[in-house]
Design a protein around this ligand. Structure first.
Ligand code: TXA
Ligand code: MG
Length: 354
């Protein structure tokens, strides 16, 4: 199939006469696939209520069919069409954080095909804040099932070029709406149990949620890699670059300087063996590193910048043929928790304590 490429300036997405959005809507209505920007990562969209469309999504991504999709909506009322038992706490979270990078899990209505939810009786719902995503959902009149628009196992795409690398020729259309603001996927909260539970950390942190609804738990699989995760997708080696990634962390008594020295030593050993090496660094330390490719995530204090750059850096290492990557570690609170969650998965939990 030929993939059609179009560009929509997010600031112009609201224009009535946007021909590209009209065309994208027609493709979705006819059961086709359109990749589009959201504020987190690019999504690969199809009609959420059309079992064939969701099967096409799994095929294009090469994704295991037991891994459910998130349904993207444009109006809060739409959640009632697909979900039941919407609690008061859920209503409060929707009020405060939608549209935005928060996905909520509810019991599903019959209407939602099993192929969209990977056979689960629950459904994940999110209302994105990106203007292109919003316009696409509301103009097409379709609730859009959209996983991240990468091939299964690769880092999620944070710009249109990443989607093109992975899905060219496999989807009907790609809308380029520029780089994604947050760069990591939405926070997922399961609202079906007694205590709302975070299944995937993201920009909306536990602290932010608790300020609105009181106690929130973390799925225990987030801290114990051997426990089965409640979000099926979290069990797959995900986000992985092609090179072998190791996180180097300061243990008791070790300094930042010790970490830098150790990373340089590890990279040098691999270089001597003839491999291409890469280092994932914070801005302040980047000048001290020696490797074939040293990529800077941003200032350690600017976690938003770090999350926005993470997947792009992992893809850049791939593109530059890097075989061994060493990364600094990050704090595990606030947004740092989401950054470390993705980094640990990309590293297959390979952590070296100095
Ligand atoms: O930010 C995002 O959420 C992006 C953009 C495109 O919206 N989407 C995204 O989708 O990250 P995906 O498919 O790459 O990740 C969805 C995650 C998977 O880990 C999946 O297992 C989990 O959500 N999930 C979906 N439905 C679920 C359900 N009913 N119960 C538990 N986990 C669910
Ligand atoms: Mg994904």
């Amino acid at each position: 199939m030929d993939t059609r490429y179009v560009t929509i300036d997010p600031a112009q997405a609201g224009r009535e006469d946007c021909e590209e959005l009209r065309e994208a809507s027609r493709i979705l209505q006819a059961g086709g696939l359109v990749a589009f920007p959201t504020e987190t990562v690019y999504g690969l969209g199809g009609n959420a209520l059309d079992a064939d469309a969701s099967r096409k999504i799994y095929a294009a991504k090469g994704r295991p069919s037991d891994n459910p999709l998130i349904i993207h909506i444009a109006e809060t009322e739409q959640v009632k069409e697909i979900a039941v038992h919407i609690t008061e706490k859920a209503e409060q979270l929707m009020d405060v954080f939608w549209p935005g990078p928060l996905t909520l899990i509810f019991r599903k209505k019959e209407l939602v095909p099993d192929s969209t939810t990977g056979g689960l009786k629950t459904v994940a719902v999110r209302m994105p804040s990106h203007p292109v995503a919003y316009e696409l959902i509301s103009r097409s009149g379709i609730m859009i099932a959209a996983p991240s628009a990468n091939s299964s196992g690769r880092p999620s795409p944070t710009c249109a070029a990443h989607v093109r690398e992975d899905l060219d020729g496999k989807i009907d259309m790609l809308i380029d709406g520029g780089a994604c603001k947050y760069g990591i996927e939405s926070t997922i909260v399961d609202m079906t149990g007694e205590v709302p539970t975070i299944l995937r950390p993201g920009y909306i942190t536990k602290e932010m949620l608790e300020e609105v609804i009181g106690p929130v738990a973390y799925d225990e699989a987030l801290s114990d890699p051997s426990a089965p995760p409640k979000a099926p997708g979290m069990k797959y080696t995900h986000y992985a670059p092609k090179g072998e990634l190791t996180i180097v962390e300061a243990g008791d008594g070790a300094s930042e300087q010790d970490v830098i020295c150790r990373i340089n030593q590890l990279a040098e050993e691999r270089r001597q063996q003839g491999y291409r090496t890469g280092i994932l660094a914070t801005a302040k330390n980047a000048v001290y590193y020696r490797a074939d490719e040293v990529l800077t995530l941003g200032e350690r204090e600017d976690e938003w910048m770090i999350s926005a750059n993470l997947y792009r850096c992992l893809r850049d290492f791939d593109e530059r043929g890097v075989e061994y990557i060493y990364s600094e570690s990050f704090r595990s609170e606030g947004l740092g928790r989401a950054i470390m969650n993705r980094l640990l998965k990309a590293a297959g939990h390979r952590v070296l304590l100095v």
